[in-house]
Write a protein that binds this ligand. Sequence first.
Ligand code: 13P
Length: 248
Amino acid sequence: MRRNIVAGNWKMNLNHPDSSRLINEINKIDVNSDVELIVAPPSVYLSTFNEIQHHFSLSAQNVHFEENGAFTGEVSAEMLSSLNVNYAIIGHSERRSMFHETDDIIFKKVKSLLKHDVSPIFCCGELQQEREEGRAFDVVSKQLNHLLTHLKEDQIRNIIIAYEPVWAIGTGLTASPEDAQNMHKHIRDSIANQFSLKTAENISILYGGSCKPDNAKDIFSQEDIDGGLIGGASLDSKSFLSIANSFS
Ligand code: 13P
């Protein structure tokens, strides 16, 4: 179901006391009821956060595609599901570049998550050079290809897509609202062409990349932008709240 979403990707930040402080602050946040708040803390905190009464949804930052077994250090989709974790971020550019995750690996993760009723937050986005060379749309289309060609219509409906231009992540640079809108429209049109307009209209597509309180309103006002996947600004409850209240 398409809805407004603001998701905080904490990445590998905050020790236990600091994470508890932030989650308690977020838990007090009063957000418009038609915005879904998602928090993606480091996986060691998922179980503790799940035990407190909360009005946000929980997301993992990663998952392994295998069911179980000798994969030291990894976490499976079934484990997330058994903790009532509703989402998992996958395909983030940091995992693509630093942990060598390919489109094939990422798609295996999609399938494992869907099998266990955990919704993937599927990240895609181009490098600066790819944008400068006019290849941004092709790059994102290629990253989406497995989803579009191998998933069934009822499966794609359970996916959230996050467009994160790599050059905007953690840099303070943001895609202009128009450039972001153009890419979001491209993504939605691709889903409509492969499946149906109805399905495309029902998918939330988030923007990520230096989204902050001072630019969120302009970005979220675009027709095909349904919210944000927030990195740095999600580590401060006031910024996170302000972004979450930036829908007009
Ligand atoms: P920043 O908001 O820090 O640019 O990070 C975006 C991001 O990578 C969210 O997944």
